[in-house]
Ligand binder design. Structure first.
Ligand SMILES: *Cc1c(COP(=O)(O)O)cnc(C)c1O
Length: 375
C-alpha cells in the first residue's frame, strides 16, 4: 500500500506528467515568464469554466483577498463581517488594511457563516461581508445575498477551499461558488482542489469597473505603463504555474468527483457510529470536500490523533485556534465576541486524509483504524 498522506500531489502529478512537463518546458523555451500567453490562456479557460466575466490572476489567495478589499475602496475603520472559524488569511488581510474584523458565528452543521448571526452583526459602519466556503461546503449565499442587498453591503467570497463547487438557487439557477458575490477570491496553493506546483491565486468578478480596478491594484496601481494612479501592490501568477493550472483545470471536475467518492466511502463506514458526526451536505450546493471533517462526541481527540499517527495515518485539526482568539488581533477579554458554536467546533473537529488519489485499501485502513479506536 502507498503511504497514506493528507494530500498526495505526487501520485496526482505522475498521471499527467507528460502533459505538465511539456507545458513547463514550453514556457521555459518561450522565455515569457511574467504574464504572457500562458497566463492569458489560463485566465480565459478559468473564466469560461466558472461562467464569470473576469478572472484576474494574482500571486496567492491571501493577496486576492487583500486586493479585493482594496478594489472595493474599503477604508480604515470600516467593519467587515467574517467568520472566526476559518483559515487566518481571511481575517488577517482585514487587519492588515486597518479595517475592523467583526467575527460572527458559524452554523454547526455547515461550518459556514450563520445568516442569523450575520444579520445581528450588521451596524451602520459595516461595509462588506466575507463568507468562506469552508472545507468545500458553500456558505448559504441566498440568505447572505439578501442581507447584502437589504443593507447595501459588498460580498467578497473566500472560495479558496471550494473551487468547482456548484450552487443551486431556489429559483432553479446554478452558479459556480466564487461567482455569486461582488468579488470571489481563490488560492492555487498546491493542496487546494485546483492546486499549482507553487503559489498562485485569482479574483473573479462580473463587474467591468471592478475588474479594471483589481487589475490596476495588482499591478502597482498602474493605469498605463509607469503611470500609477493608486497605491497597489505587485501580485502576479507565474507563467509556469499558469501553464500547469491550465492542464489541471481540465481535470478539476474529475478531481472533485474523486474527493466526493472518498467522502462517500467515509460516510458509509461511519454511518452507524453515534460518536462521529459526518460532514453535512447542504442541499443548495455540491460539496467539493477540500477537507473531510468529522465532529467527535465523547472521544478524546488527542488520543485519536496519536492512535492514527502510530499507524502511519495522518490527521489534522483545521483550525486549532479560531481567529478571534489569535494574538494578532489583540482582543482583550472584555472585547472578545461570544462565539460558543465556533469554540465548540474548534474542540471537536478532526480532518482525515482526503485527496484525488486515495484507493479503497487506503480508505479502509483509515476507517478501520478510526472504528477500532472508538470501539
Ligand atoms: C488557503 C486559503 C487562503 C489563502 O490562500 P494562500 O494562497 O495560501 O494565500 C485563504 N482562505 C482560505 C479559506 C484558505 O483555505
Amino acid at each position: 500500500m502507498r503511504p497514506i498522506q493528507m494530500v498526495d500531489t505526487k501520485t496526482q502529478y505522475l498521471k499527467i506528467k507528460k502533459e505538465v512537463d511539456d507545458a513547463v518546458l514550453q514556457v521555459m523555451e518561450s522565455s515569457s515568464f511574467i504574464n504572457g500567453p500562458a497566463v492569458t490562456a489560463f485566465s480565459q479557460s478559468l473564466s469560461a469554466y466558472l461562467g464569470v466575466k473576469h478572472v484576474i490572476p494574482c500571486a496567492n489567495g491571501t493577496d486576492a483577498l487583500q486586493i479585493a478589499m482594496m478594489a472595493l475602496g474599503l477604508q480604515p475603520g470600516d467593519e467587515v463581517i467574517t467568520p472566526s472559524f476559518t483559515y487566518i488569511a481571511t481575517t488577517e488581510v482585514i487587519g492588515l488594511l486597518k479595517l475592523k474584523p467583526v467575527f460572527v458565528e458559524v452554523d454547526r452543521r455547515t461550518f459556514c457563516m450563520d445568516p442569523v448571526a450575520l444579520r445581528s452583526a450588521i451596524t451602520p459602519r459595516t461595509k462588506a461581508i466575507v463568507p468562506v466556503h469552508l472545507y468545500g461546503q458553500a456558505a448559504p449565499m441566498e440568505e447572505i445575498l439578501q442581507l447584502a442587498k437589504e443593507y447595501n453591503l459588498f460580498i467578497i467570497e473566500d472560495n479558496a477551499q471550494a473551487i468547482g463547487g456548484r450552487y443551486h438557487f431556489s429559483d432553479g439557477t446554478t452558479k459556480m461558488t466564487g461567482t455569486i458575490g461582488d468579488i470571489g477570491c481563490t488560492s492555487f496553493y498546491p493542496s487546494k482542489n485546483l492546486g499549482a506546483f507553487g503559489d498562485g491565486g485569482a479574483l473573479f468578478t462580473n463587474d467591468d469597473a471592478l475588474a479594471s480596478r483589481i487589475t490596476m491594484i495588482a499591478n502597482h496601481g498602474q493605469s498605463k505603463r509607469y503611470y500609477h494612479d493608486v497605491v497597489g501592490c505587485n501580485s502576479r501568477l507565474d507563467a509556469i504555474q499558469a501553464a500547469i493550472l491550465s492542464i489541471k483545470l481540465k481535470q478539476l471536475d474529475r478531481y472533485n468527483a474523486a474527493r466526493r467518492a472518498a467522502a462517500d466511502f467515509y460516510d458509509q463506514a461511519f454511518a452507524s457510529c453515534a460518536s462521529l458526526t459526518t460532514p453535512y451536505r447542504a442541499p443548495y450546493a455540491d460539496h467539493v470536500f477540500h477537507q473531510y471533517t468529522l465532529l467527535l462526541d465523547g472521544i478524546n481527540r488527542d488520543e485519536l490523533v496519536a492512535y492514527l499517527s502510530e499507524r502511519q495515518i495522518p490527521s489534522m485539526i483545521y483550525y486549532p485556534v479560531p481567529g478571534h482568539l489569535q494574538k494578532m488581533f489583540g482582543l482583550s477579554a472584555n472585547s472578545l465576541p461570544h462565539l460558543p458554536v465556533t469554540d465548540w467546533l474548534t474542540e471537536r473537529v478532526i480532518s482525515l486524509p482526503i485527496h484525488t488519489e486515495l484507493d479503497q485499501e487506503q480508505l479502509s485502513t483509515i476507517t478501520g483504524a478510526v472504528l477500532e479506536f472508538i470501539e
